[in-house]
Design a protein around this ligand. Structure first.
Ligand SMILES: [Zn+2]
Length: 471
């Protein structure tokens, strides 16, 4: 443990050294409640917090022009209206809204936005996509970060911060925080091993591989009294630190925490812009929300894949390119062009948004063995559901996943357009009307590489936080 402490002190001194050059801005967090149902929603302020650590972001790249996310936060000068800071994001409320439950009851979710402290009163605006997929203001509130009721003192860090991969001062880097949930004090060496192993894997996958020096990776876990997190569908309930659990919105493999306050109160003790939570479980599962956090079952045989796939959602707002697995969401009635960079409704094939990757002569839509894939997929999904229903050992599920991946590789091998970028129908949980850029991608199945379009989508976000790669 002492080793970690000395590393942290060194890292803190490095931060302080860069602070001597340009005074660091404080980090403001606005905690609010977001409530409603399928038809309406509303916002209410909970509290304003000055976090213990300085703003980890760049003071040069404050405006987000990537147009990602279901929402956007804008911080403007309260007097002049000048835009000072913006970021796209999505929310758990936004996902819950598309479940059946939201047509029956109202629920409330805690959310937070974070931004650097400006030396003037600001107005914070939360924007939502409208029916044309354009942003309009849903909530606007003036925030005086010097007001007496702003929380300015925080408790000491509840656990040591472990530097995993430190490339330079936080404002020049993407800061990824790996958090652990369901790890006891005795499990802590295991948590660190898994955080290091999954970080190495992340930096073996393009474009993270080429951009590893644009990242800092930190790890932080507060011990729990029992190993593992809740999995209510099997009667397992645990009081974990972050409240992470399986069975979110009735989907057995969907792992999230709905306890945003618990998450933020621990995370604030690390410099972070992105969070991936490792859960100390063997059962396959994960989740990822753009701009919030992602999760992965670190004890699962497929943990490396889960870690990168879910991070793709969280980091770059990538859509799922698969469509044959059951998901928690009801189908949207209209086929709008999705904002996600890697799926399209293909309303105008001549100007598909990833056109720069499409070689002349590639047919759009692009033919692929769709019917055969769907037949095989139905059989596979039925076997998968039967294994879960019978609560069979995880090794049987892992073997089924390996078999499924091999079968898909065999089906696609040698087919025309196997490695082309085009528009392949079937994506975003829909068999028709949505198209993905390539036959296979890490966002489509458990294969091991992102398609060129997903790679672009990730690179845009690395550049937003760390600046363009040096040539
Ligand atoms: Zn892709």
């Amino acid at each position: 443990m002492r080793r970690f402490v000395s590393h942290v002190i060194a890292a803190t001194l490095a931060l302080a050294a860069c602070a001597a050059v340009a005074a660091p801005l404080a980090t403001v967090r606005v905690d609010y409640a977001h409530s409603g149902n399928a038809l309406q929603d509303g916002y209410a302020l909970e509290r304003v917090v000055i976090e213990p650590l300085p703003w980890p972001g760049s003071s040069a790249r404050t405006i987000d022009a990537t147009n990602r996310g279901q929402n956007r936060v804008e911080v403007v000068d309260a007097k002049t209206g000048d835009l000072l800071y913006s970021r796209g994001f999505s929310t758990i409320f936004g996902e819950w809204r598309s479940t059946e439950e939201a047509s029956k009851i109202s629920r409330s979710f805690q959310e937070s936005v974070r931004f650097p402290k400006f030396e003037r009163p600001v107005r914070v605006r939360i924007l939502e996509r409208d029916e044309r997929n354009e942003f309009s203001v849903a909530w606007s509130i003036e925030i005086d970060t010097d007001a007496p009721d702003v929380v300015k003192r925080q408790p000491a860090a509840p656990a040591p911060l472990i530097p995993i991969h430190v490339s330079g001062p936080s404002p020049d880097k993407v800061d990824l925080l790996i958090m652990g949930d369901g790890y006891t004090a005795a499990d802590m060496p295991k948590f660190e091993r898994e955080a290091r192993r999954l970080t190495r894997h992340l930096f073996s996958v393009s474009p993270f591989r080429e951009r590893a020096s644009s990242f800092n990776v930190w790890a932080l876990a507060v011990p729990t009294s029992e190993s593992g997190i809740s999995r209510p569908s099997t009667g397992v309930h645990r009081a974990s630190q972050l409240g992470t659990r399986y069975d979110i919105f009735g989907s057995e493999r969907y792992v999230l925490t709905l306890d945003n306050r618990a998450l933020r109160d621990i995370a604030q003790h690390a410099p972070y812009e992105f969070i991936e939570i490792l859960v100390n479980n063997e059962t396959y599962g994960g989740g990822g929300i753009f701009g919030q956090f992602s999760t992965a079952a670190a004890g699962n045989e497929w943990a490396s894949y889960l870690f990168v796939h879910e991070f793709g959602h969280h980091f770059a707002g990538l859509a799922d390119e698969y469509y044959t697995s059951p998901v928690a969401y009801a189908a949207a009635s209209a086929r709008m062009e999705p904002w996600e960079p890697n799926v399209t409704a293909l309303r105008d094939p001549a100007s598909v948004k990833w056109q720069r990757h499409v070689k002349a002569g590639t047919p759009l839509p692009t033919p692929w063995p769709k019917a055969q894939y769907e037949t095989a997929s139905r059989t596979y999904q039925a076997r998968r559901a039967a294994l879960r229903a019978a609560n069979r050992p995880e090794s049987e599920m892992n073997a089924l996943f390996r078999e499924d991946l091999r079968a898909t590789q065999a089906l696609f091998a040698g087919k025309p357009h196997r490695h082309a970028v085009g528009a392949f129908e079937g994506a975003n949980y829909e068999a028709s009307g949505y198209y993905r850029p390539t036959m296979q991608c890490l966002m489509f199945d458990r294969s091991d590489a992102f398609c060129p379009v997903c790679q672009d989508g990730i690179t845009d976000i690395i550049d937003l936080y760390a600046g363009p790669a040096r040539q």
